[in-house]
Design a protein. Structure first.
Length: 204
């Protein structure tokens, strides 16, 4: 049963939860490509900005991938550069991948020690990090719509790689059981009338 809930209330839930990554509450926004993860993560970060006195850092796993073939194998880069330092109360950093230049950019992106860190992307809520998560979100949407969104965003020339990517994420989610273990299952393509800037639709 779909329920409309406020991002502001979810922000309060996050802040009331335990910090399990050092002093940081780690929120993972997972789900397949084109489901609406980035939008959900951005709106949750906006909702957190008020009570925190500033927007929390948001890390997109797409910025850590070494191209299309690094779909789930990028994790050591995230763990060593960002999560490991935060575990001991120190700031992290990573180098952003340029999909145009097909290389990592030289200037590091800093990730400060903050009350909340949002990590968004495919496999962000994978099993290995579950013990450190304050909240695991899985965003879902019909496959045909997700494909159309991705093509509209990046162009039809990515279709061969995108279909291979979809196969890879389906295999990962099946083995990892990500949706089953998520604290929150979100409809990334709701048909209910609602204010999408302030609310989201929860499926579970």
């Amino acid at each position: 049963m779909a329920v409309v809930e406020a991002y502001a209330e979810l922000a309060r839930r996050v802040l009331a939860g335990p910090a399990r990554l050092g002093r940081t509450r780690l929120v993972a926004v997972d789900g397949p490509s084109g489901a609406g993860k980035s939008r959900f993560a951005a709106r949750l970060a906006d909702a957190l900005a008020g009570p925190l006195g500033g927007r929390p850092p948001v890390v997109h796993t797409d910025d850590l991938l070494d191209g299309w073939d690094d779909q789930v194998t990028f994790w050591p880069r995230l763990d060593e550069g960002v999560l490991a330092p935060l575990r001991v109360g120190e700031p992290g950093a990573y180098r952003r991948y340029s999909w145009v230049r097909q290389c990592f950019l030289p200037r590091p992106v800093s990730v400060p020690v903050a009350p909340v860190l949002v990590v968004e992307g495919v496999s962000a809520a994978r099993a290995v990090v579950r013990p450190e998560l304050t909240l695991a979100v899985f965003v879902t949407a019909p496959a045909s719509l997700r494909l159309a969104r991705a093509v509209a965003r990046d162009g039809p020339e990515i279709l061969p790689e995108l279909r291979r990517w979809h196969d890879g994420e389906r295999a990962h989610f099946a083995v990892d059981e990500t949706a089953t273990h998520a604290d929150l299952l979100v409809d990334g393509a709701p048909t209910l009338p609602y204010d999408a800037d302030r609310y989201y639709v929860r499926l579970r």
